[in-house]
Design a protein around this ligand. Structure first.
Ligand SMILES: C[S@@+](CC[C@H](N)C(=O)[O-])C[C@H]1O[C@@H](n2cnc3c(N)ncnc32)[C@H](O)[C@@H]1O
Length: 221
């Protein structure tokens, strides 16, 4: 009851707008908060609650049975994806840092997911993705190395079934993507990614203004 009243206050007593409201609107469970704490200790930036909830919604909408994630971190985004996927779905998640994946494994277990719901692959995305099956995935979520964004897009097009969805986290780059001042290479790569998705004949994309910007695109059938 107390939690419900708290949630109601988030709606009717909220003085924030747009992004901040969308993030505050989402209730996170203990496992999620634990994974967030581990991310903070590790110096990682996990998806915001609003971004996580959007991913959960998209996984549910696509009735996702097979999801590939680049950048496990400590498991915040993975939890959201698992909550949205089918009960028999499997999340394949890639990260070069096994100790981060160990935190994610613990968070998934704490949330009640059976061990066979997640396949943890330690390694760099561009070494691992070529080993994954063509057309075998309903959704690919990219949150690894921004410098490799265009490579992730190419790999995602190969991995996705027709009608499948690719999502890129962090494309606002905290406002730097639209800032005409000199920007680091990773921001230039994000701009190239945005252009590539917008111009692609194979994809239908949109930019969701949640968190730090979530670029989503469906692979046309
Ligand atoms: C922002 S964190 C991911 C956060 C996570 N998606 C979440 O929301 O909880 C980025 C992660 O990408 C991983 N990473 C860095 N380079 C990578 C690469 N080449 N391939 C796969 N993962 C990579 C890092 O080790 C880090 O854990």
């Amino acid at each position: 009851m107390r939690q419900l009243r708290g949630q109601e206050r988030v709606i009717t007593a909220n003085r924030q707008t747009s992004w901040a409201f969308a993030d505050a609107f989402v209730a996170e469970d203990e496992a999620m908060l634990w994974a967030r704490d581990r991310a903070q200790e590790t110096g990682l930036r996990p998806v915001s609650p609003g971004t996580g909830a959007a991913l959960r919604l998209l996984a549910a909408t696509t009735d996702a049975k097979a999801v590939a994630e680049i950048g496990t971190g400590t498991g915040v985004s993975g939890l959201y994806l698992l909550y949205g996927m089918r009960p028999d779905g499997v999340l394949t998640t890639v990260d070069p840092e096994p100790e981060r994946q160990q935190f994610a494994r613990e968070a998934f277990r704490a949330a009640g997911f059976a061990a066979n719901r997640a396949r943890f692959i330690p390694g760099r995305a561009l070494d691992v993705l070529p080993r994954l099956a063509d057309g075998g995935y309903d959704l690919v979520f990219c949150d690894g190395d921004r410098l490799e964004s265009l490579d992730y897009l190419a790999e995602s097009l190969r991995l996705l079934r027709p009608g499948g969805l690719v999502c890129f986290e962090g494309v606002f780059a905290d406002g730097r993507t639209v800032d005409a001042a000199a920007q680091p290479t990773e921001v230039l790569r994000l701009r190239e990614l945005l252009r590539a998705v917008r111009e692609s004949q194979e994809l239908m994309g949109t930019l969701l203004p949640v968190g730090n910007g979530l670029l989503c695109a469906v692979r046309r059938g």
